[in-house]
Design a protein around this ligand. Structure first.
Ligand SMILES: C[S@@+](CC[C@H](N)C(=O)[O-])C[C@H]1O[C@@H](n2cnc3c(N)ncnc32)[C@H](O)[C@@H]1O
Length: 210
């Protein structure tokens, strides 16, 4: 089901929106509470000890909370968002001079091989509607990386309350136990996966093609 949504939340007017997130989900992703959680908890946890280099691609920026955290950490950030409205909104708000927003599909990236020094993917993989497409995203993330650099990803773990929260939109959660195998099959090496009660994080190295 696709959802139309117009409302003012925290003083921000949402334009009519048709997309893969339900109304409650949009509200949460755009909230100041989520922005704070991203900035203070998720991004520091996921990027702890990770060097993404100076030319990074972010897959699935949504309303931009992760973009805002990342743009202060890297020299150049390219954010790839599939939803045209969200991509437009993100591109037209103040992002600083080091962010480029591209409307596009992270499972079919329109960048040349070896373009980026790092890749990130925060809280978006469960929006990819099939396991095969998720695996394709992993392969695409690897393809656009320079050899020997890092891809990081993080997402929620499957919980009954999250399934309810995603009613009417896409929810294909990833089992973190399967990530070492899935990322290895996508060609990554040195895969590390960690989790807590709410979320998992993974980092993987592109390795060097022989
Ligand atoms: C839940 S939001 C997360 C946004 C942000 N990373 C955060 O942590 O708040 C997931 C975003 O991924 C986007 N998305 C879903 N599938 C995508 C795809 N194939 N390519 C690019 N973006 C995608 C959705 O439109 C949505 O904006």
């Amino acid at each position: 089901m696709r959802v139309k949504y117009t409302e003012s939340v925290a003083g921000r007017e949402f334009r009519p929106y048709v997309g893969p997130m339900n109304a409650e989900h949009q509200r949460a992703c755009a909230s100041d509470e989520w922005r704070t959680t991203v900035r203070e908890q998720i991004v520091p946890w996921v990027l702890d000890g990770v060097d993404l280099g100076d030319d990074v691609v972010e897959l699935g920026p949504g309303y931009g909370p992760t973009t805002d955290s990342l743009r202060g950490l890297v020299a150049r950030l390219t954010a790839v968002e599939i939803d045209p409205e969200l991509a437009r909104a993100l591109a037209t708000r103040p992002n600083g001079s080091n962010v480029t927003v591209a409307e596009g599909d992270a499972t079919r990236l329109e960048f040349e091989d070896g373009r980026f020094s790092g890749a990130t993917c925060f809280s978006m993989l469960h929006h990819i509607p099939s396991r095969a497409q998720q695996d394709r995203l992993f392969a695409e993330a690897r393809r656009v990386l320079v050899p020997d650099v890092i891809f990081v990803a993080s997402d929620s773990v499957d919980r009954p309350d999250l399934r309810t929260f995603h009613e009417g939109d896409t929810f294909v959660p990833i089992d973190p136990e399967e990530l070492p195998r899935r990322l290895s099959e996508a060609g990554f090496v040195d895969v590390l996966v960690d989790r807590n009660e709410f979320a998992w994080k993974a980092r993987a190295r592109k390795g060097v093609d022989i």
